[in-house]
Design a protein around this ligand. Structure first.
Ligand code: PRP
Length: 179
C-alpha cells in the first residue's frame, strides 16, 4: 500500500494537552519539592515540544539536558537494539533526574535509557511520558507520570512525526491513510 496520502484526525486538543501538562507539572513539582536542582532530560527528538511546555510549568529550579536514542527493529521485533546517538552533556551522579518522553510504545527506548542512566547512580530517577500505548508494550517499563493512555493508533503532532513531518501540529492527531 502506498502510504503517501493521509488525513489527520484530531485526537487530543491543544487545550486538553495544556491542562494535563499543568496537572503533571504540579504533581512533579510536589514530588521534587525538596530538590536542589532537578535535571530534566528530554529524549530527542519527539519530546522537544512537551519538555518546553512542561519545564515552564514546573515550580522548581531546573536544568535541562537532552539525550537522543535510536531504536532499530530486527527480525524478531521484540529484541530491539537501542543506540545512543547523543549523550547527556552533564554528570548525573547523586542528582535528581526526570526523563521526559513523548510516547512509550514497545518501551524499548525508555527501558534502555533508564538502565543506562541508573548505572550512573542518580539520587532519584523518575519518568514522565505524554502518551502511553500499553497495548504495544514489549518490556516491563512504565512511566511514573503519564499524560494520556491511548489506543494503538499512529499518532502525530506536539513533537511527534510521521516521516519527519507534522511535529509542529499543536494537537495530537491520529493518522488515517487514504491510499
Ligand atoms: C519514538 C518516540 C519514543 C520511541 C518510543 O522515537 O519518540 O522515543 O519512539 O518507542 P518505543 O517505546 O517502541 O521504543 P523515534 O525513534 O521515532 O525518534 P524521534 O523521537 O526522533 O521521532
Amino acid at each position: 500500500m502506498d502510504h503517501s496520502n493521509y488525513e489527520i484526525d484530531e485526537m487530543i486538543s491543544a487545550k486538553s494537552i495544556a491542562a494535563r501538562v499543568e496537572t503533571l507539572a504540579k504533581e512533579i513539582s510536589a514530588y521534587f519539592a525538596d530538590t536542589d536542582k532537578l535535571i530534566v532530560v528530554g529524549l530527542l527528538r519527539g519530546s522537544f515540544v512537551f519538555i518546553a511546555d512542561l519545564v515552564r510549568e514546573l515550580d522548581l529550579p531546573v536544568e535541562v539536558d537532552f539525550l537522543e536514542a535510536s531504536s532499530y527493529g530486527n527480525t524478531t521485533e521484540s529484541s530491539r537494539e537501542v543506540r545512543i546517538l547523543k549523550d547527556l552533556r552533564g554528570e548525573i551522579e547523586g542528582r535528581d533526574i526526570l526523563v521526559v518522553e513523548d510516547i512509550v510504545d514497545t518501551g524499548h527506548t525508555l527501558d534502555h535509557v533508564l538502565h543506562l542512566l541508573q548505572s550512573r547512580k542518580p539520587k532519584r530517577l523518575m519518568t514522565c511520558a505524554l502518551l502511553d500505548k500499553p497495548s504495544r508494550r514489549e518490556t516491563g517499563v512504565k512511566a511514573d507520570w503519564t499524560g494520556f493512555e491511548i489506543e494503538d493508533k499512529f499518532v502525530v503532532g506536539y513533537g511527534i512525526d510521521y516521516a519527519q513531518r507534522n511535529r509542529n501540529l499543536p494537537h495530537i492527531g491520529a493518522v488515517r491513510f487514504t491510499s
